[in-house]
Design a protein around this ligand. Structure first.
Ligand code: HEM
Length: 477
C-alpha cells in the first residue's frame, strides 16, 4: 500500500469535513449567545444550573389585587419558546393566560404570563417548566393567594377544568432519565471513532510488508462489522434522543410536538441532532462503499468525515453549551470526546479486531513480532490521547463544577468523583499494560498475555461511559 496518495486524499477530504464541523459548531451559538444575562440576576462567575430565583407574586405571598400577570425570574437565560407556565386557581381551574414569553428582549432570564382578566380572590398555584440553553429542562411550582381583588374580577366562563395530572414516570433509583440512550450513543461514538483511529493511528504506520497487508485485510472485515454495529446504535439513538427530549419538554405528559420546530432549528441541541443525522448518512455511505471493490479510498474518507463530526454531537447536546465560558468548554468537550474515541475506541479495536488478526501470524520482516509492533503503534496514539483526555476533562470539571465545594456538595459532583474513581482504576490497568505487559510481548508473542488485562481496562472504560451518561443528565451544581 502506498502512503503518500492516501495521505493526500485524506487531507483533501478532511478539509471539507472540518469546514462542515466548524459551521455546525458555530451556527447554533448565534441564537443562544443573544440570550445575554441580565443585571441583577443571580449570575455566579462559574455557570450554575438554572433555578428559579424569584417571582411576582412571590411564593407563599398573600397579594392584594389586582393580579394580572405572573413574572418568574431565573438564575440564567431560559428559552421562552420551550417553556410552559400554567396557573391553577381555586377548585382546580386553569386560568386562561398568554403563552410564556420574555417580558422584553433584554430579559432572557425572565418569563411572564398575562391573564385575560384580573384574578378573583382565592388560592393559586403556578406550575412552570422551562429549558436552559444547554437543553436541560427544569420545572417547579409556587403558590400565592389573592385578596381584595377589584370589583368585577371573576372567574371567566371559558376557564377549562384542569385534567387530572398523570403520574410522573418513576425514575429508576438514582439514575437520571435518558442515561441509557445517551450511553448507547456514547458507545456508538466510541466504536466509530475507534475504527478510524485504529485504521489510521495503529495499522497505518505499521508499514506495508506482507505480514501487515494480511493483518490489514483481516482487520478490515472486522472493522466493517463493528462499523455496522455503531451505525445501528446511531440510528436507534437518533430517534430515541429526540423522543426523550420532546417528552422532557412535555413534562412527562406525552410529547411536546409543538416545540419540535424550535428545538430542531433554534437550539444547540437541535444542531447536535442534525449533526447526528449527517453522521448517520456519512457512516452508512462509508460502510456501503467499504463493501465495494476499489472504493476503499472514498469509503475511508467518508468515515473520516463522520469521525470529525461525531464529537460535536455530545458537545452541542451537553452542559458545555450552557456554560458562560462556552468558548472554552465547547472546544474542551470536543477534544475530550475525540480523545475518548481514540483511546477507548482504539483499545476496543485492538482487542476485537487487531489481536485476532495477528493470531497465528509468523515473525514478519521487522525485528519485533507483529503483535508487539501493533501494540507499540497503538501505545504511541493512546498515550497522547490520554493526556488530552485528562487535560480537557480537568478544565471542564473546573469550569462546570464551580470549585471543590461544587464537587462535594452536589449530585453532579459526587457522580463526577465516582467517574474519576473508576477512571483511576482503568488508567492504572492501562499503565500496567503499557509498562509491564507491552515490554514482555517480544519474548512472549502470545496475544493471550495482553487480552485479559486489556479487556478489563476496556470494560472499565465502558463503565466510565455509563457513569458519564448519568453525569451529563444530572443538573450542574
Ligand atoms: C481525568 C479524567 C476525566 C475527567 C476529569 C473528566 C471529566 C469530564 C467532565 C467534567 C465532563 C462533562 C460532564 C458534563 O457536562 O456534565 C466529561 C464528559 C465526558 N467524559 Fe470525561 N472525564 C475524564 C475521563 C474520561 C474517560 C476516561 C472517559 C471515557 C471512558 C470519559 C468520557 C467522557 C465523555 C464521553 C464525555 C461527554 C459526555 C456527553 O456529553 O455525552 N471521560 N468528562
Amino acid at each position: 500500500m502506498r502512503h503518500p496518495p492516501r495521505a493526500r486524499r485524506t487531507t483533501r477530504h478532511l478539509s471539507w469535513t472540518t469546514a462542515i464541523a466548524v459551521v455546525l459548531a458555530f451556527a447554533p451559538a448565534a441564537p443562544l449567545s443573544g440570550e445575554s444575562p441580565v443585571e441583577g440576576a443571580n449570575q455566579a462567575t462559574a455557570p450554575v444550573h438554572i433555578e428559579l430565583t424569584g417571582s411576582r407574586p412571590a411564593d407563599d405571598a398573600a397579594v392584594e389585587g389586582p393580579v394580572e400577570r405572573v413574572l418568574l425570574t431565573f438564575s440564567g437565560p431560559v428559552q421562552a419558546d420551550l417553556s410552559q407556565v400554567m396557573v391553577v386557581g381555586p377548585d382546580d381551574w386553569t386560568v386562561p393566560a398568554s403563552r410564556a414569553a420574555h417580558p422584553d428582549a433584554e430579559a432572557s432570564h425572565q418569563l411572564v404570563v398575562r391573564f385575560q382578566a384580573p384574578l378573583p380572590d382565592g388560592d393559586y398555584q403556578v406550575q412552570w417548566r422551562t429549558t436552559a440553553p444547554d437543553g436541560h429542562v427544569v420545572s417547579g411550582d409556587l403558590a400565592f393567594q389573592v385578596t381584595d381583588a377589584p370589583p368585577g374580577a371573576e372567574r371567566p366562563a371559558e376557564m377549562d377544568a384542569l385534567e387530572e395530572p398523570e403520574e410522573e414516570a418513576a425514575v429508576l433509583g438514582m439514575v437520571p432519565p435518558g442515561t441509557g440512550q445517551r450511553w448507547l450513543h456514547l458507545l456508538a461514538t466510541v466504536l466509530l471513532l475507534g475504527i478510524v483511529a485504529f485504521r489510521y493511528g495503529t495499522l497505518g504506520p505499521l508499514g506495508s510488508d506482507g505480514v501487515f497487508e494480511t493483518v490489514r485485510e483481516r482487520a478490515g472485515a472486522g472493522l466493517q462489522k463493528l462499523g455496522w454495529v455503531g451505525l445501528v446504535l446511531l440510528v436507534i439513538t437518533l430517534g430515541t434522543r429526540l423522543h426523550h427530549q420532546l417528552g422532557e419538554l412535555a413534562g412527562g405528559d406525552g410529547l411536546a410536538w409543538e416545540f419540535l420546530g424550535h428545538l430542531l432549528f433554534q437550539t444547540a441541541w437541535g444542531a447536535g441532532w442534525w449533526t447526528h443525522l449527517v453522521v448517520v448518512v456519512l457512516v452508512g455511505v462509508g460502510l456501503i462503499l467499504l463493501g465495494r471493490p476499489g472504493a476503499g479510498g472514498r469509503a475511508w474518507s467518508t468515515l473520516i468525515g463522520a469521525a470529525v463530526l461525531l464529537p460535536l454531537i455530545p458537545t452541542l447536546q451537553g452542559h458545555a453549551m450552557g456554560s458562560e465560558l462556552q468558548v472554552v468548554t465547547a472546544p474542551a468537550m470536543y477534544l475530550h470526546v475525540a480523545a475518548v474515541g481514540t483511546w477507548l475506541g482504539g483499545l476496543l479495536m485492538l482487542i476485537l479486531v487487531g489481536l485476532p488478526a495477528v493470531r497465528k501470524l509468523g515473525g514478519g520482516s521487522g525485528a519485533l513480532p507483529p503483535l508487539a509492533r501493533m501494540v507499540n503503534a497503538f501505545s504511541r496514539v493512546a498515550l497522547p490521547a490520554v493526556v488530552v483526555l485528562v487535560a480537557s476533562g480537568g478544565v471542564t470539571s473546573f469550569i462546570q463544577g464551580g470549585g471543590l465545594s461544587g464537587l462535594l456538595g452536589s449530585t453532579w459532583g459526587r457522580t463526577l468523583l465516582l467517574k474519576l474513581a473508576v477512571v483511576a482504576v482503568a488508567f492504572f490497568l492501562g499503565f500496567y499494560n503499557w509498562r509491564k505487559v507491552r515490554p514482555s510481548l517480544p519474548g512472549n508473542p502470545d496475544a493471550g498475555t495482553l487480552r485479559i488485562p486489556a479487556t478489563v481496562e476496556a470494560m472499565l472504560g465502558i463503565v466510565v461511559l455509563l457513569i458519564t451518561a448519568a453525569l451529563v443528565a444530572t443538573p450542574l451544581p
